[in-house]
Design a protein around this ligand. Structure first.
Ligand code: ATP
Ligand code: LTN
Length: 327
């Protein structure tokens, strides 16, 4: 069985976009592949974090992964910082990565422009990501387009390492959903719904209560026409509501358009809100049963144990090949 591996940064609370765009995909893949999913909390500290909030969010995210349908018996679920081999491999990889290639990462260029105090960690972060992937010989890495360049860097680093030191790593491939639905911010439907959004006004968080969900959807920005149809360019707000509905109902956009063709905007919003509330309340119920449970601890202990065994073996092989220690 081929192995897939991915992580979602705990840079904010998980959103409806995370569910539809990322966790939903992993739920599909879990029957097809041997699946590893982790919380890259060490990546989160590339920018300032409140330590207490970060710790809480990591656990919340793990509980949400499972509540959204990731089955712990089919996925290895773990926290990056509970495995000390990631940072160790990252160091060796850093010493095998050129400043030139790391400097080409467009996400670093974008993110560093938006901040005053840019850390070295933000610059080397893609190399830690390469370590996350290469430690486990992942075949595929499901990511959004914005992360494709980072997976390509992991490929370049691993190919070069294999050439220099002999075959050590599997060369990973990014797995990018071809027509994956992109969920937009409800208050500005030209922007992606993002977990690190500052105001969160147009963002549905997976743990939002019913009243908040309804309020956000009922005040979603639309347009001045009153006909419901899908048109991303001229009707981004309405198209976004149709995308949310079609993704959660698992029907096509065409069928969704047909379903709403005689509705006014108010009714469309109400029905989308009903569906989101219904879906999220199921997730929230599962979440509430899991959070603070012994079961969650057991799942994470298992993830920690399983990944530590695999990663130890790989790191010792790497240390040995580059001439470190007595392995
Ligand atoms: P951040 O705000 O920290 O950049 P984000 O919410 O934009 O986070 P990422 O962690 O960058 O999300 O994305 C993780 C994965 O989830 C990617 O594969 C991305 O494509 C997917 N994803 C995130 N938000 C959405 C969205 N609104 N619609 C569809 N997919 C999404
Ligand atoms: N950089 C990714 C999160 C991430 C990741 C990984 C994804 C860290 N390590 C390894 C896939 C594989 C992000 O910001 N979305």
């Amino acid at each position: 069985m081929k192995r897939i591996l991915t992580g979602l940064q705990p840079s904010g609370e998980l959103t409806l976009g995370s569910l539809i765009g990322s966790i939903g995909q992993m739920v599909m893949y879990q029957n097809e592949y041997e699946s590893f999913i982790f919380v890259p909390d060490m990546h989160a500290i590339t920018v300032k974090q409140d330590p207490k909030l970060l710790k809480e969010r990591v656990i919340k995210n793990v509980a949400l992964y499972i509540a959204c349908g990731l089955d712990p018996s089919k996925n290895v679920i773990y926290i990056q910082s509970e495995n000390l081999y990631h940072a160790n491999l990252s160091w060796v990889l850093e010493c095998n990565t050129y400043i030139g290639e790391a400097s080409r990462m467009t996400q670093f260029k974008d993110k560093s422009k938006k901040q005053d105090n840019v850390t070295v960690g933000l610059f080397t972060y893609p190399i830690l990501m390469a370590a996350d992937i290469l430690l486990y010989d992942a075949d595929y890495v499901p990511v959004g387009v914005d992360q494709k360049q980072h997976v390509e860097l992991a490929r370049d680093i691993s190919e070069r390492f294999n050439k220099t030191y002999g075959n050590t790593f599997k060369i990973p491939e990014p797995l990018i959903p071809e027509v994956g639905a992109k969920i937009m911010d409800l208050s500005d439907p030209t922007r992606k719904m993002s977990k690190s959004d500052v105001t969160g006004k147009g963002v549905i968080y997976l743990l939002d209560d019913e009243k908040t969900i309804r309020k956000k959807i009922m005040s979603a920005v639309t347009d001045s026409e009153s006909k419901v149809y899908y048109d991303l360019v001229n009707k981004p707000g309405i198209s976004n509501l149709l995308t949310i509905y079609s993704s959660l109902k698992e029907i096509s956009i065409k069928e969704t358009e047909e379903h709403f063709k005689d509705c006014n905007y108010g009714n469309l919003k109400k029905e989308v809100a009903d569906l989101v509330v219904e879906k999220l309340s199921i997730i929230q119920e599962k979440y509430n049963n899991l959070i603070n449970s012994e079961e969650l601890d057991k799942i994470l202990d298992n993830g920690k144990d399983v990944t530590n065994v695999i990663a130890k073996k790989k790191l010792e092989e790497v240390f040995n090949k580059v001439g470190l220690g007595r392995y």
